[in-house]
Write a protein that binds this ligand. Structure first.
Ligand code: CA
Length: 227
């Protein structure tokens, strides 16, 4: 089954070039030219990944992302025209999985699309199992994370971070390692994506996020599991 990519981009020429390159890589591609259409297609056409421009007519990329995240955990790569830190951080805070800055190379874009859709295949190969971290139980068959009998509402990436920690219970894991193993690439990645993801994850799994007991920071080194 080819993976479906939704491109939300109002500049038709750019969208067409991206579509051409993705199709050549074997992806099925859908295009939306406005924020409103993008949102509708993201929610109704079951894309495997969304490439989301920020400056869009009708509804900007941040608003589209926010509305997608109310109901869907589909991977989203933000496409920003400006090399502005606040755009990147805001995108990640809103729930984007990744971002690229225009102008980007097709090689870079395709690498990111691959990295962010790869997990579906990896997940399909996993044997059924359940892993415990403290009072949290991870079920890798149904991809659920449960704490005190309550299912936690984690994004796919947060789930994968939990699984990675669960499989490496005794070691200290650096941000670089998390970026490489969970995000799936190291060269293009920005380590702040790891910091933001870890903060959001802690807000969901820790009793007191300001004093984490499950995933603990080893300053200057990385993270490790508490006992
Ligand atoms: Ca635009």
């Amino acid at each position: 089954m080819p993976k479906k990519v939704l491109i939300v981009e109002d500049e038709k020429a750019i969208s067409d070039i991206i579509m051409f390159n993705l199709k050549r890589e074997g992806y099925e591609v859908m295009q939306a030219l406005t924020g409103t259409d993008g949102l509708n297609m993201a929610l109704n056409e079951n894309p495997d990944i969304v490439l989301l421009d920020i400056m869009l007519p009708e509804m900007d990329g941040f608003e589209v992302l926010e509305k997608i995240r109310e109901v869907s955990e589909v991977p989203v790569i933000m496409v920003t025209a400006r090399e502005e830190e606040r755009d990147k951080v805001l995108g990640l805070e809103t729930g984007a999985d990744d971002y690229v800055t225009k102008p980007f190379s097709m090689v870079e874009l395709i690498a990111r699309v691959k990295a962010n859709t790869r997990r579906t295949i990896a997940a399909a190969k996993k044997p059924e199992t359940s892993i415990k971290i403290g009072d949290i139980t991870i079920d890798t068959e149904v991809q659920s994370v449960v704490k005190n009998d309550t299912a936690l509402d984690l994004t796919q990436r947060e789930y994968e971070i939990m699984v990675y920690f669960a499989k490496n219970q005794t070691k200290v894991i650096s941000r670089e390692e998390l970026m490489e193993k969970v995000w799936g690439y190291d060269y293009y990645g920005d380590l702040r994506a790891v910091d933001v993801a870890m903060r959001r994850l802690r807000e969901k799994i820790e009793d007191d996020p300001s004093e984490p007991k499950l995933i603990i920071t080893k300053r200057g080194v990385g993270y490790y599991l508490g006992k």
